[in-house]
Design a protein around this ligand. Structure first.
Ligand code: NAD
Length: 502
């Protein structure tokens, strides 16, 4: 029997008139049916969120109790790791090697980390005495209100947890909108919050298309903050939409990560690392290392090894533990990638490996792209500038480290970067790269205690890390006047108090 998922609004599981059929991108088999929401469902969810916020049910719950509830959700998700990992692999084609550790494991870790910091968070601090008034000063950190969390299909659970977790930790109410291709794990997250005892209406999930449902939600007048992960184009539209009401916005957008191999690197390790950087999560990761920068003097050696190792990557069933690269999310996305192959060739690049949709009976169903490596690439080509979002690596050469840094930074994005080489030299280069995360001798090192997010058009704000709750609070300065009589007040600030008394 196929699972059916309803939306979660005001503590009730509700359906609309239509459903999505969620089919495996590997087999096209039906994985689940999911309610398809409308703008009316958004109105209902935002009203519920606003109502609970105004009643203060959740925000007045002591931080310790909020932390305990978040921990319970983490435990419940952890207990279901294998089941949820398999469900995610079936739904969006991410390989089982990564859905357990990254999608579910890191989500659990992030919630546990949040629970730990909620308790220590400085919800209220007393500052220094304010002279010459004199007054005492307090800074109070309060939840913002109704938060809209909009997430993509490639890593749905973690991108949802990065928003829902700190928003709820801070006492906000949330309306979560998953992507229409992969809404199941965000709905499972809501199920676990419900089971853990979160009051109705505090977390709501509305499924629906980006247009109109996502756009309607992000522009809703009662939404005070939008937290979004997805494409840079939609991120920009949300920012524009938020200008009129000065709505708070956090954006995690695209990337075109530069991966620099220095000439003192362990080349075998760097080559495998470059494939991990680019191909993990089927290349459908915003933080992927998609531009490989290698010393021109070692070009043939490195490209030779890269192609040899990439040819051993196993493409296939995302549920098989031996699979390195699974299917592409949809026919549309596959065709978009195939189009980039044509563009790359027209621009003068050479395909050193792959460059096609694979053939064979196991690929008759679903949407597939061979792991692909382009060489003879220059940084002005579209395959070096645009986010392709698939298992496609472009290789560029450099003559000096200065040139490598220049190429690496010559992009509109600034999410991730990496360097392979001796720690001392790599660290020097790391400090010169314009990216939110720079990994030395590794890639995809994402940790709950460290911030995730980008420079430039890769986004605004950070998720995870010690300041993640800051993104979901307003700071309020309260001063308590202790100056006594009226003669000592406002004038005393601007005029010498000795003179006012005369
Ligand atoms: P997308 O922007 O099309 O969709 C993301 C979400 O936004 C979906 O829920 C979608 O329904 C919704 N949406 C679409 N149009 C909207 C609109 N006009 N207003 C409001 N919401 C709208 O992106 P995608 O193609 O689904 O995801 C892939 C992109 O996400 C890539 O560019 C990738 O780099 C990026 N991404 C970034 C991060 C990060 O943390 N920086 C993480 C994962 C993915």
């Amino acid at each position: 029997m196929t699972n059916h998922y309803s939306m979660y609004i005001d503590g009730k599981w509700v359906d609309g008139d239509e459903v999505y059929e969620i089919r495996s991108p590997a087999t096209e088999e039906l994985v689940a049916t999911v309610a398809k929401g409308t703008t009316e469902h958004v109105d209902a969810a935002v009203a519920a969120a606003k109502g609970t916020f105004e009643q203060g049910i959740w925000r007045r719950t002591p931080p310790k109790e909020r932390a305990a509830l978040i921990n319970t959700v983490a435990e419940r998700l952890a207990a279901r790791t294998d089941e949820l990992a398999a469900l995610q692999s079936r739904e969006n084609g991410a390989t089982i090697r990564i859905t357990g550790a990254l999608h579910v494991g890191l989500s659990v870790g992030q919630l546990q980390y949040l629970a730990a910091i909620v308790d220590q968070y400085e919800w209220e601090t007393t500052g220094p005495a304010i002279e010459p008034v004199p007054a005492a000063g307090i800074v109070v950190r309060e939840p913002i209100g109704v938060v809209a969390a909009i997430v993509p299909w490639n890593i749905p659970l973690l991108t949802a947890v990065w928003k829902v977790g700190p928003a709820l930790a801070a006492g906000n109410s949330v309306v979560l909108k998953p992507d229409e291709h992969a809404p199941v794990l965000p709905l499972e997250l809501a199920r676990e919050f419900e089971a853990a005892g979160l009051p109705p209406g505090v977390l709501n999930v509305v499924t629906g298309d980006g247009e109109p449902v996502g756009a309607y939600l992000s522009g809703h007048p009662d939404v005070r903050k939008v937290a979004f992960t997805g494409s840079t184009a939609v991120g920009k539209s949300i920012l524009r939409q938020s200008a009129d009401s000065i709505r708070r916005v956090t954006l995690e957008l695209g990337g075109k990560g530069a991966n620099v191999i220095l000439d003192d690197a362990d080349i075998d390790m760097a080559v495998d690392g470059a494939l991990f950087a680019c191909m993990a999560n089927n290349g459908e990761a915003c933080e992927a290392g998609t531009r490989l920068l290698i010393p021109a003097s070692r070009r043939d050696e490195i490209v030779g090894k890269l192609v040899e190792r990439a040819a051993t990557l196993r493409l296939g069933d995302p549920l098989a533990a031996t699979t390195h690269v699974g299917p592409i999310i949809s026919a549309t996305q596959r065709d978009r990638i195939l189009d980039y192959f044509r563009i790359g060739l027209e621009e003068g690049a050479t395909i050193a490996l792959g460059g096609r949709a694979p053939s064979g009976p196991e690929f008759n169903k679903g949407y597939w792209i061979e792991p692909t490596i382009f060489v003879d690439v220059t940084n002005d080509m579209r395959i070096a500038r645009d986010e392709v979002f698939g298992p496609v690596l472009v290789v560029l050469t450099y003559d000096s480290v200065d040139e490598a840094v220049k190429i690496a930074n010559d992009t509109n994005y600034g999410l991730s970067a990496g360097i392979w080489g001796s720690e001392e030299r790599a660290l020097e280069v790391a400090r010169r790269l314009d990216a939110g995360m720079v990994w030395v001798n590794n890639w995809h090192v994402i940790h709950p205690a460290y911030p995730f997010g980008g420079f430039k058009e890769s986004g605004l704000g950070r998720e995870g890390g010690p300041h993640s709750i800051d993104e979901y609070v307003e700071e309020k300065f309260i001063s308590l006047d202790r100056s006594g009589g009226i003669e000592n007040k406002a004038f005393a600030i601007v005029i010498d108090p000795a003179q006012t008394r005369n």
